[in-house]
Structure formats: structure tokens, C-alpha cells
Design a binder for this molecule. Structure first.
Ligand code: CA
Length: 239
């Protein structure tokens, strides 16, 4: 990597922010610290970070989840991977976060080495998206360079993880992929991620596909696959 990856750390607890900053710097990243939402927004407006580490509970009753939602909505920030730092370890909260567009979770107290591994994994995962590549299956078309997906000509809105998953599935249509394989191919590093996370993102991907949701098939006991050629409009959508 020519340029140091920039990691924005949104954390109001100074001791944690400092610990993370030291580890990021040692790992060869550029760390930018923000204590709350306003600071973080200023940092994003100035220079777009490559990854955001976002605390769940911020000062003034601010929620990291609200920030994550807001950044996912905004054109400028919607593709930045977000890792949530949270003391809440219940699965239900994690699912809420994943539904808000958070890409990964680290539960406090965390090991700085694990956090660094997750940051590296997040950056590795982003790399394949940069390849100029277009793929079309029936009425579904994906442009990796433009980060766009259309179904029957209509533009769809996908989160970064759903996009990577769809990209991978479209490159291997008709084949069944286990959750472990998807974690490996889509997340890039599945050491710290539960297999159930795949199901959450598949659900979100189906939601985003709307009328095309039937293209993602659950194969009981095996995993998921993209249905190849079973699309009702595939006969007419070919170019
Ligand atoms: Ca906090």
C-alpha cells in the first residue's frame, strides 16, 4: 500500500482512544481521533477515512448506531467500512448494528491485537472491489468499479458487505457456498466472525434485491447460492 490507510477512531474514553491510536500507529496506520459525532463528521468532511472504529455510547446521549446510519445514508461516507466498539455483547444488539450497516463488531474489553487484525481484514476485503469488473446474471447486473447494482434496469442500494457478497455469488453462479466459504471469500478473514453473521447479511442482501430476492437461494444444511438462469426476465434482459 503506497498511502497509509487512515483509520478514524470515534471514542470518548480517552484511555481507550489513546490505546487504539498507539496500536494503529505501530501497525502502520494513520490514526485520527474524534471524541464525538461532530468531531467525527469534521474529520470525514476533511479527509475520507479508509475504516471507522465507532464507539456505541458517545457523549451527550449520542449513539454510535445513529452515526453509522447517517454515514451509510450519505453519498460521501456510505462505502466506508465501520467497526463498532461496544460494551454490549448481546447478540440482539449486534444484529441491530449489522442491520444499520455496521460491518463488524469488537466487544469491550478487546484485545488490541484482535482489533488490529480486524482493521487489516476490513482493508483486505475492500481491495477486490477496486477491480474494474462488470458481471451480469439475467436481469441482475453489477459494476464493481462504479459500485452499482441494477435489477431489471433499476438501481439498487446495497451496503458494502452485501455488495461484496453479491459480487462473489455472481462470479460463481449456481454453486452452493457454505457459510465458512462465504466468510473466507467475502470477509477475507473469518477468524473472529460468527457464521450467523452470514445469515444476517444474506437477509439484508435479499431485502436490497427486492424483486430479485429469489435469486439468492438457501440450500438447507449446505449454504447459499445464486440461482443461475432461473430469472424470469433472463430471456429478455440479455444484451
Ligand atoms: Ca463511550
Amino acid at each position: 500500500m503506497l498511502k497509509k490507510a487512515r483509520v478514524l477512531v470515534v471514542e470518548d474514553e480517552k484511555s481507550i482512544a489513546e490505546l487504539v491510536r498507539v496500536h494503529l500507529t505501530h501497525s502502520g496506520f494513520e490514526a485520527v481521533l474524534a471524541e464525538g459525532g461532530a468531531d467525527a463528521q469534521r474529520a470525514i468532511n476533511a479527509v475520507l477515512p479508509d475504516v471507522i472504529l465507532l464507539d456505541w455510547m458517545l457523549p451527550g446521549g449520542q449513539s454510535g448506531l445513529d452515526l453509522a446510519r447517517k454515514w451509510r445514508r450519505e453519498e460521501r461516507s456510505k462505502h466506508i467500512p465501520i467497526i463498532m466498539l461496544t460494551a454490549k455483547s448481546e447478540e440482539r444488539d449486534k444484529v441491530t448494528g449489522l442491520d444499520c450497516g455496521v460491518d463488524d463488531y469488537v466487544t469491550k474489553p478487546f484485545s488490541p491485537n484482535e482489533l488490529m487484525a480486524r482493521v487489516r481484514a476490513m482493508l483486505r476485503r475492500r481491495a477486490p472491489e477496486r477491480l474494474a469488473e462488470r458481471v451480469a446474471i439475467g436481469a441482475l447486473a453489477l459494476d464493481a468499479e462504479e459500485f452499482s447494482v441494477t435489477y431489471d434496469g433499476e438501481k439498487l442500494t446495497l451496503g458494502p458487505t452485501e455488495f461484496r457478497m453479491l459480487h462473489y455469488l455472481m462470479k460463481h453462479p449456481g454453486r452452493v457456498h457454505s457459510r465458512a466459504v462465504l466468510l473466507d471469500k467475502v470477509w477475507g478473514d473469518h477468524v473472529f466472525i460468527e457464521e450467523r453473521t452470514v445469515d444476517v447479511h444474506i437477509k439484508r442482501l435479499r431485502g436490497a434485491l427486492g424483486a430479485g430476492s429469489h435469486l439468492i437461494e438457501t440450500v438447507r444444511g449446505a449454504g447459499y447460492r445464486l440461482v443461475a438462469g432461473a430469472d424470469k426476465t433472463s430471456g429478455t434482459a440479455e444484451k
